[in-house]
Design a protein around this ligand. Structure first.
Ligand code: GTP
Ligand code: MG
Length: 161
């Protein structure tokens, strides 16, 4: 089973992460599971750019793992979901390479457990990390699709995930 299908099967809640500077990095992820959209790296946006994005994506959560903005909001939404389910819930974090998936998980946990790097493709394997007693988060490698290849300039050959 490929990784995205595995996430769809195993996770109860899916977090789709994109780089706020480039909303096109939000790839479609059709699933019947509850999904949250996160635009990370909001610290790199001007106030005007942020306002525009907020208007366009009214239900999205805006975060910065640098300034920790949006942490409470995202955590609140995850906890609210977990409390409703009243059992251990698994949260899958998906997105293109380098958008800040591992950084987000570290921010939610409050510790640096997931490896972060400026180099896309840092996260190789997949790992479960506990963020609360009843919440596990699934850190995954960035997913590279054909659409993504047209969005970024890649100087090195890219491994397929
Ligand atoms: N300015 C800024 N940089 C960030 C933010 N979040 C992450 N970064 C940086 O973005 C780079 C990638 O972060 P990662 O957390 O490794 O991204 P990832 O999505 O897990 O990447 P892969 O595992 O390679 O798919 C690192 O250099 C981080 O320090 C943010 O909110 N603001
Ligand atoms: Mg990572």
């Amino acid at each position: 089973m490929n990784l995205l299908n595995k996430i769809k099967t195993e996770c109860d809640l899916i977090i789709r992460v994109a780089d706020a500077r480039n909303p096109k990095t939000l790839f479609s992820f059709p699933t019947t599971k509850k999904t949250l959209i996160v635009f990370n790296k909001m610290d790199l946006l001007t106030t005007e750019e942020l306002e525009k994005l907020r208007k366009k994506y009214k239900n999205a959560i805006f975060t910065s793992t640098r300034t920790r903005k949006g942490k409470g909001n995202l955590l609140h939404k995850i906890i609210a979901f977990a409390n409703m389910e009243d059992r251990l819930v698994r949260v899958g974090v998906v997105g293109y390479p380098n958008v800040g998936k591992s950084s987000l998980i570290n921010m939610m946990r409050g510790t640096r457990s997931a490896k972060v790097s400026a180099t896309p493709g840092e996260t190789r394997g997949v790992q479960w990390l506990k963020i609360k007693n009843n919440i596990m988060m699934y850190d995954t490698p960035g997913v590279i699709t054909v659409k993504h290849l047209s969005l970024i300039h890649i100087s090195e050959p890219t491994r397929p995930y």
